[in-house]
Ligand binder design. Sequence first.
Ligand SMILES: Cc1cc2nc3c(=O)[nH]c(=O)nc-3n(C[C@H](O)[C@H](O)[C@H](O)COP(=O)(O)O)c2cc1C
Length: 155
Amino acid sequence: MSHWASGVTVVTTAGPTGRPHGFTASSFTVVSLDPPTVLVCLDRAADCAPAFTAAEWLAVHILGAGQRDMAGRFARKSPDKFAGLATEPGRSGTPLLPDAVATLECRTVRRLPVGDHLVLFAEVHDARTAGEEEPAGDRPLLYHRRAFHALGHGG
Ligand SMILES: Cc1cc2nc3c(=O)[nH]c(=O)nc-3n(C[C@H](O)[C@H](O)[C@H](O)COP(=O)(O)O)c2cc1C
């Protein structure tokens, strides 16, 4: 699997109680354009799995090349991954992270258990992209062979 190069996302939810949860995910895929629908696969053993199982809304943040720390923060187990982060609530109340290349606020429309993961299908209801002048710009963070990378120029 590590030979597959991908982008990196952080998926967040307010959960059923309003307490924020999130995890780093490279299993993000665009499923449909009409209606705009994406999927992300979540390990059913993850601490945040119950929150994503119960919550209607989630947000997918496509990370920029300068957001390796953000990717690391949400890939490590911690009782409060959001400590010290300036989040803002989206339209659905989902906590949105700063400086992502793109942020998709989505309503979960289907949950499909497959093996040890849960496939979350989610319809995109709101989308925003970073301006060229913002820190993330339009350069995405990449993941390949268990390491983070950025796009090279040329080639
Ligand atoms: C680059 C990267 C991509 C990852 N992709 C996924 C993924 O698609 N699905 C998943 O369940 N975990 C993925 N993980 C691992 C989770 O982010 C990590 O296990 C997280 O801590 C799980 O949430 P928890 O702390 O609530 O248990 C990835 C980790 C990294 C570093």
